[in-house]
Design a protein around this ligand. Structure first.
Ligand code: FE2
Ligand code: FE2
Length: 352
């Protein structure tokens, strides 16, 4: 990426730009204006970038950005895109076995939405100068990760409801603050994605409400699915703040807006009344309202399990990646045909 693109006006003094941002326009005007042909130093560019972040302004792809910021975003956006795509698998298996035409249509729409989320996010990552095909390579050969939650199996149709309620619910908690992420394309993708995640959460909760009005066996299916998905859902927020190496810098850059522990607490507080309304028990004997804190206390998360699953040893890791790799290889002819078409018609853009 060219280092000096995207500055407001070439040669403009950094102090002027930052002062404008903090509402002191005019204070240092003429004295600080640099000659039009003067090049900004790395330190000045960095100061300009930091001032924009401090002023809560968006960073756009053509703006200068520190290499660490770009790398952090590529990692986060790619990991998010991979999670959307791999996340189609646990529920996708149930499309053919949905219990009614209506449930099939809802589930199909939801899984297709997840594919769309992956596409928006790969497109956002591409604005940072990485190639979508390269990101897919990194996923299938294990160099990049996706959310640990998708390495658990969906064993019954109740799992479809619980994934919608808890997994999409946790995704919403994580993603709503990202609508204010400092990187423009990521923030804008999040606005659209969150609207669809809200539908995902509601369809899951509504399915569970119907099942809980059903037979004892249906209610037992829901409780069993809740027992299996509750703790992995809490792990979706990532390791505790004290052990999260990237959180501090990501918060400083406003790529992230809340810490893992704060988001996890928000999710627990939101889910407890919903579980009560549903009539299910969350599998945590330590779960209790703490009037002093104004939050629910909850038991310790099994971080050893999280580490095991995220590093490849979960129930479905091998299967998820094998299927993604097979889908990528089976789709090679489509990419080749699209590339040939684009070349023939002078577009020159290669298909990812
Ligand atoms: Fe999604
Ligand atoms: Fe979703």
């Amino acid at each position: 990426m060219p280092a000096r693109q995207g500055l407001p006006r070439r040669g403009m003094g950094i102090r002027i730009i930052t002062d404008r941002m903090f509402g002191r326009k005019g204070v240092v005007m003429a004295a600080e204006v640099k000659a039009a042909d003067e090049r900004l130093t790395e330190a000045e560019l960095d100061a300009y970038f930091e001032a924009r972040i401090a002023g809560d302004q968006r960073i756009e792809p053509r703006d200068w950005m520190p290499e660490g910021y770009r790398r952090t975003l590529v990692r986060q956006v790619a990991q998010h895109a991979h999670s959307e795509i791999i996340g189609m698998q646990p529920e996708g298996d149930w499309i053919a076995s949905a219990p009614s035409l209506q449930r099939k249509a809802i589930l199909l729409a939801k899984v297709q939405d997840e594919a769309g989320h992956g596409m928006y996010l790969y497109a956002a990552a591409e604005t940072l100068g990485v190639d979508r095909a390269e990101l897919t390579e990194r996923l299938v050969d294990g160099r990049q990760k996706y959310s640990s939650i998708f390495n658990y199996p969906a064993l019954s149709f109740a799992d479809v409801g619980v994934i919608g309620w808890l997994v999409d619910g946790a995704a919403i908690c994580n993603q709503v603050p990202l609508c204010r992420s400092s990187f423009g394309p990521y923030a804008r993708a999040m606005v659209r994605i969150c609207k669809e995640e809200s539908f995902h959460q509601r369809q899951g909760y509504e399915l569970l409400l119907r099942m809980m009005e059903g037979t004892p066996r249906q209610r037992a299916m829901v409780q069993d699915a809740v027992d299996r998905w509750w703790w992995p859902s809490l792990m979706m927020f990532g390791p505790p703040d004290a052990e999260s190496p990237n959180t501090r810098q990501s918060m400083a850059w406003r790529v992230k807006r809340d810490t893992n522990d704060d988001l996890r607490q928000r999710f627990v507080d939101m889910s407890v009344p919903q579980a009560r309304r549903l009539g299910v028990t969350l599998p945590d004997p330590d779960l209790a309202w703490n009037a002093e804190r104004g939050h629910y206390d909850f038991g310790p998360v099994d971080w050893a399990e999280f580490k095991r699953v995220i590093s490849g040893d979960g129930p479905c890791n091998a299967e998820r990646i094998a299927r993604r790799r097979a889908a990528h290889e089976n789709g090679a002819w489509v990419r080749e045909a699209a590339t040939a078409y684009a070349t023939k018609h002078g577009g020159g853009r290669t298909a990812a």
